[in-house]
Unconditional design. Structure first.
Length: 174
C-alpha cells in the first residue's frame, strides 16, 4: 500500500512539473450506495451527500485530479441501515476525448471512516480502498458535471464491500 501511494505521489509531482492548466474548485452531489456480500441481509440503495474540493492539473489531453470529499455511504435494509461517513481522497487520471470538454476518469480512492451507525454490533473498518471510474464534462464558465462509480476493493465492514454511484456538479475557480 505504501508503494502504491508513493507511486501515485511521484506520478502526480512529475505530471505537475509539465502542467499547462491548473483548476481549483468545489463539487456537490448525491451518492447512491450499497454494500455487497452481507450474508443473510437483503440490502437496498442508500442516498447520501458527496461534497468537497478538487485540484485538476492538466497537460494536453491528460489531467490528474486529486480530490478531498465528504461522502455519506452505506445501505438500507428492512431491519435498519448501514450508515458510513467517509473523508474520501480519490486521485483521478483524466483523458479528454473531445477537446477540453468530455473526459473519462479512472483512479484509486482512499477512504477514511469518520462516523458509523451499523446494526447488530457490526463494526466498520477505519479505511476503505476503492477503485473509481467515470465520465465528466468540463462546461464553459467553469461548471463541471461528473458521474462516477466507486467499487470497494477492501472490506468496509465484516464481509461487505461498498459500491457507490456518484453524480456531482462542480465549479472551477481558475
Amino acid at each position: 500500500m505504501k508503494k502504491l501511494l508513493l507511486g501515485i505521489c511521484l506520478a502526480f509531482f512529475a505530471f505537475s512539473a509539465q502542467a499547462q492548466k491548473i483548476d481549483l474548485g468545489v463539487k456537490l452531489g448525491a451518492n447512491f450506495s450499497n454494500m455487497s456480500d452481507v450474508s443473510g441481509v437483503k440490502l437496498k440503495n442508500k442516498t447520501g451527500l458527496v461534497a468537497g474540493a478538487f485540484v485538476s492539473i492538466g497537460a494536453g489531453k491528460f489531467a490528474v485530479q486529486p480530490e478531498l470529499l465528504y461522502s455519506q455511504q452505506g445501505a438500507k435494509s428492512d431491519i435498519g441501515g448501514f450508515d458510513l461517513d467517509y473523508i474520501n481522497v480519490p486521485v483521478m487520471f483524466k483523458y479528454y476525448l473531445i477537446g477540453n470538454l468530455f473526459n473519462v476518469q479512472v483512479g484509486p480512492q482512499f477512504g477514511f471512516l469518520t462516523h458509523q451507525s451499523l446494526k447488530d454490533q457490526v463494526s466498520a473498518k477505519d479505511f476503505d480502498f476503492s477503485g473509481a471510474a467515470g465520465l465528466g464534462l468540463d462546461l464553459p464558465l467553469g461548471f463541471r458535471v461528473d458521474a462516477r462509480y466507486n467499487f470497494g476493493l477492501t472490506k468496509a465492514a465484516e464481509d461487505a464491500k461498498t459500491g457507490v454511484f456518484s453524480l456531482a456538479l462542480g465549479y472551477s475557480f481558475l
